[in-house]
Design a protein around this ligand. Structure first.
Ligand SMILES: [Zn+2]
Ligand SMILES: [Zn+2]
Length: 373
């Protein structure tokens, strides 16, 4: 760890020590082993820490590509395993900031298929596919096996995203394999990557267990409560995920409104990584361009309803954290995403009115490590 600045130890209370904020000027990240997923591994390393790396904390539509925030994506590192939650624009470049080649990230969890969570996925897979071949990883070159090396987990409509990504990659793969550059040594992308559909509704469902980490999903209400039938038919659900690690439990809300399902999922968690939206700030044209668009939209009342009921205000974050009994709240997916970062202190103060635990405002490229005592 080099050039560590901004370290400040924080007490998360019983059973868990934690940790603090490590800001790396020169990234130094753990690198995954490439072990495959969805298999209980009895030899998994028992990790005593779990590190959350905020790769992108910008929520909402990409009206501006922000110089300080990438779109929503978060890396969770447990031992030598990497877990990526969402893949918004900028994710590949952010990973490289930590010296982590994309092909080392082989467990990707999509909360829902809004573009601010998925627009970086194809470029991530493209770089992963090419990296794996370039570094002669056997799993990227052994054309005799179709076993996926990297798996994307998500709601049913993730399959469509995956199929489109494979189609996109296959065009370039065909050229490389047909000419002297790849000379037939590059494994087809569809044999490297796989997709796993997660089905979850009101009750938490554990769908992933690699022997070190369990992942549990629940449907939240980001798309409505009840969700419109036309979305349900398309398998467009929005999930929140809980990662139970040897160092503690971490819940990522993804995008959601106040939700009993998410509160249940987060009950007793050590860290609630929560989206946050300030609607008044969003409507201030001096602060955000998002509000300008909303105020002119023909369906502005529907958008207003969505923002107020299918996202989390600071008050809603605080109330959920209190009810779930979590120890720490880490704010990410900040909306309006194009507001100056100096507004962060207001989010923290607003959440603290309703929650007495620790509240942290997440900045891009900041790491938080949870350490088991
Ligand atoms: Zn979002
Ligand atoms: Zn969304």
């Amino acid at each position: 760890m080099r050039h560590v600045t901004g370290f400040r130890p924080l007490s998360l209370g019983c059973g868990v020590l934690a940790l603090g904020m490590f800001l790396y000027a020169n990234g130094a990240a753990a690198v995954g082993t490439g072990a495959n997923d969805a298999v209980v591994n009895p030899n998994a390393t028992v990790a005593t820490s779990a590190t959350i790396t905020l790769l992108g904390t910008m929520g909402g539509p990409p009206l501006d590509i922000h110089s300080e925030r990438a779109e929503s994506s978060t890396l969770l590192t447990v031992g030598d395993h990497q877990y990526l939650i969402d893949a918004g624009t900028g994710v590949t470049r952010r990973l490289m900031k930590y010296g982590l080649p994309p092909y080392k990230v082989n467990r990707i969890f999509i909360t829902h298929n809004h573009l601010d969570h998925t627009a970086g996925l194809v470029s991530l897979l493209a770089e992963s596919w090419f990296n794996g071949w370039y570094y002669h990883d056997p799993l990227y070159m052994d054309r005799s096996t179709q076993k996926p090396f990297t798996t994307i987990y998500g709601p049913p409509d993730t399959q469509g995203l995956f199929d489109g990504a494979m189609q996109f990659l296959s065009v370039s793969a065909h050229i490389f394999n047909a000419d002297d550059t790849g000379a037939g040594t590059m494994k087809p992308p569809s044999h490297v990557f796989g997709v796993h559909t997660v089905i979850a509704h009101d009750e938490p469902v554990t769908f992933y267990d690699d022997g070190a980490v369990k992942v549990t999903a629940v449907e939240n209400n980001h798309f409505g409560d009840p969700e419109p039938e036309r979305l349900r038919e398309a398998g467009s659900f929005s999930y929140s995920y809980r990662f139970d690690t040897p160092a503690g439990s971490i819940v990522f809300t993804g995008d959601t409104g106040p939700s009993e399902n998410v509160t249940k999922l987060a009950t007793g968690a050590d860290v609630l990584v929560a989206e946050v939206l300030d609607f008044d700030l969003m409507l201030n044209p001096k602060v955000s361009r998002e509000g300008v668009g909303v105020s002119k939209a023909p369906n502005k009342e529907q958008i207003r309803h969505h923002m107020l009921h299918q996202h989390l205000s600071p008050q809603a974050v605080g109330e959920m954290a209190k009810k779930a009994g979590v120890k720490t709240v880490l704010l990410y997916h900040v909306v309006p995403g194009d507001a100056p970062l100096t507004y962060g202190v207001d989010y923290v103060t607003a959440v603290k009115k309703y929650f007495s635990g620790t509240v942290l405002f997440g900045h891009d490229l900041t790491q938080y490590t949870l350490v088991k005592k």
